[in-house]
Ligand binder design. Structure first.
Ligand SMILES: [Zn+2]
Ligand SMILES: [Zn+2]
Length: 182
C-alpha cells in the first residue's frame, strides 16, 4: 500500500491525543470503581468472591509482600479484551481502539508503578511522594477513602477524598479471618 493512501486515512494528532486522554480517564474511573466496589467487598468465608477481592484484601494485610502487589494476568487480560471490544464497537475504528487502549494501559502501568513506589520504592521525587502518601492513607488510615491510586479525581467526584476517622479495627477482623484462611 502506498504511504500517501495509508496516511490519508490516518487520524489527526489532536484526535489521537484526545483518544489517549480518554483512555487514561477511563482507566481512572475503572481503577476507582473496581477498587471501591469490587476489591473492598466484604469477602464470604464460603462461596464465590469476585475476582481480585481476596487478592486485594491480602495486599492490605501484607502490603510489603511482592506476591500480591501486581494484578494477576488471569484478571487483567479479560478486562483488556473486553475494553478493546467495547472501544472497537463504539468507535467503529481499530485505530481509535488502539489509541484508547494505549491510554488505558498507560494508566494501568502508572498504577502498578505507584503501588510499587508506595510500598517498596525509594523515589524522593515530590511527585511520587504525593501519590505515595495518598495511597498509604488508604492503607493505614482509612480504607474507605482514597481509592484512587493514579489520581484523586474520582475520589473528589464520588466524595471519598476527605479523611474522616480511622477504620474501625473490629470491622477489619472478619476480613482478616477470611483472607488469612486462603
Ligand atoms: Zn497498595
Ligand atoms: Zn484498597
Amino acid at each position: 500500500m502506498n504511504a500517501a493512501v495509508w496516511m490519508s486515512g490516518a487520524p489527526s494528532l489532536p484526535s489521537i491525543a484526545a483518544n489517549i486522554a480518554l483512555g487514561l480517564l477511563t482507566w481512572g474511573l475503572y481503577e476507582y470503581a473496581t477498587h471501591r466496589w469490587v476489591l473492598h467487598r466484604e469477602p464470604r468465608e464460603n462461596g464465590f468472591n469476585l475476582p481480585g477481592n481476596l487478592t486485594h484484601l491480602t495486599h492490605h494485610e501484607h502490603p510489603q509482600s511482592l506476591e500480591r502487589l501486581n494484578v494477576q494476568l488471569s484478571e487483567s487480560v479479560p478486562v483488556c479484551v473486553v475494553y478493546c471490544l467495547i472501544a472497537w464497537a463504539v468507535t467503529g475504528s481499530w485505530k481509535s481502539m488502539t489509541h484508547l487502549y494505549t491510554g488505558l494501559i498507560a494508566g494501568y502501568f502508572f498504577y502498578e508503578y505507584l503501588d510499587f513506589q508506595a510500598h517498596h520504592g525509594l523515589s524522593r521525587s515530590r511527585f511520587i511522594g504525593y501519590f505515595r502518601k495518598y495511597h498509604l492513607l488508604h492503607h493505614h488510615y482509612d480504607a474507605k477513602v482514597r481509592y484512587g491510586v493514579t489520581s484523586p479525581l474520582f475520589d473528589l467526584i464520588f466524595g471519598t477524598y476527605h479523611l474522616k476517622e480511622r477504620t474501625n479495627p473490629q470491622r477489619r477482623t472478619q476480613q482478616r479471618r477470611v483472607v488469612s484462611a486462603r
